[in-house]
Design a protein around this ligand. Structure first.
Ligand code: ZN
Ligand code: ZN
Ligand code: ZN
Length: 111
């Protein structure tokens, strides 16, 4: 099987689903735990990953909301779901969701 996937340049902000994608990087796969919860002995519901630094944190249904806390603390704008089988991302400043499309992430604009 040949895969000739064109790699669009990430430097053209006009082609990004929102400008904050310019602040994301190729992060390592997420952890399957919320490290911050483990440190403080808390518990989490679902996991999210910061796409700027790769930090795994817990969702807004978790008591400590570490993913959102991390975004507020650092200004890192975009997270994605770190749950197996879930494919979406979220931009905090724009409050907009993204799903993977044929040409990369696409905005989900709710009607
Ligand atoms: Zn954005
Ligand atoms: Zn947590
Ligand atoms: Zn981060």
């Amino acid at each position: 099987m040949t895969e000739a996937a064109p790699s669009p340049s990430n430097t053209d902000a006009g082609s990004l689903p929102c400008p904050h994608w310019a602040e994301t990087t190729d992060v390592a796969p997420p952890l399957d735990v919320c490290e911050t919860c483990i440190e403080i002995g808390s518990d989490w519901m679902h996991l999210r990953q910061c796409l700027t630094c790769g930090r795994t944190g817990c969702c807004d249904n978790s008591p400590m909301r570490h993913a959102t806390a991390h975004a507020k603390e650092t200004g890192h704008p975009i997270i994605r779901s770190a749950e197996p089988g879930e494919h979406w991302a979220w931009c905090y400043p724009d409050e907009v969701a993204f799903i993977p499309g044929p040409d990369g992430w696409e905005r989900v604009d709710e009607e």
